[in-house]
Design a protein around this ligand. Structure first.
Ligand SMILES: [Zn+2]
Length: 198
């Protein structure tokens, strides 16, 4: 029988995406063997994230400041806004360095199956940002999944009345492809070849 502390750590790790109980227990044993080095680093990194990270109330990014460093960066083009499903997508696109505007994180995608409706995503906040003016182009950078594309179409309809250039990532993205799994070249290509929604 493992101690209560070890069981607690293993069951916390087992809830992480991609980890089950077996790999969680293996990770715990690995960490215990390295408790002076890797375990200390992990504990400090977790505490740093817990203590300092906040969600940006403007765009939904996760950062140490609110508004986040993307929203406040004066070198970015405030007239272009890229809409993504998740924070991981924002980071993936930003790594490609091809988009120099700002972002809006929806917090998911519409899904009838999972019962996710428009009110569960930050679509209302997106409309507010766009209606406030100052933005010329909206890039809908949803995943190339059925749900991602449904979400993109829904948003395109909701913002149809606004004087905006609405574009979408070019197809050629692998079908079912999730942005944060794509290599940077493919992502950059999809962004460069973005086309009007219609
Ligand atoms: Zn932000």
């Amino acid at each position: 029988m493992a101690s209560q502390e070890i069981e607690a750590l293993a069951s916390a790790l087992a809830r992480l995406p991609g980890l089950g109980p077996r790999s969680a227990r293996r990770a715990v044993l690995w960490l215990i063997k390295r408790r002076e080095t890797s375990l200390v680093q992990l504990a400090e990194a977790l505490e740093g994230v817990r203590a300092r990270l906040v969600e940006c109330t403007t765009c939904g990014n996760v950062d140490t400041a609110n508004p986040c460093s993307v929203c406040t960066d004066p070198r970015r083009d405030a007239r272009a806004l890229c809409v993504v499903e998740e924070v991981a997508d924002l980071w993936a696109l930003d790594r490609s360095r091809l988009f120099t505007g700002r972002y809006h994180v929806l917090g998911g995608r519409l899904s009838a199956l999972e019962g996710v409706g428009p009110e569960d995503l930050s679509i209302g906040q997106l409309l507010q940002r766009l209606e406030a003016g100052g933005i010329d182009e909206v890039v809908l950078a949803m995943n190339a999944t059925l749900e991602g594309q449904t979400t993109a179409h829904y948003i395109a309809e909701r913002i149809e009345h606004l004087p905006l250039r609405v574009t979408q990532l070019a197809h050629g993205l692998p079908v079912g492809g999730e942005l944060d799994y794509l290599d940077e070249g493919t992502l950059a290509q999809a962004l460069r070849a973005r086309r009007p929604v219609g």
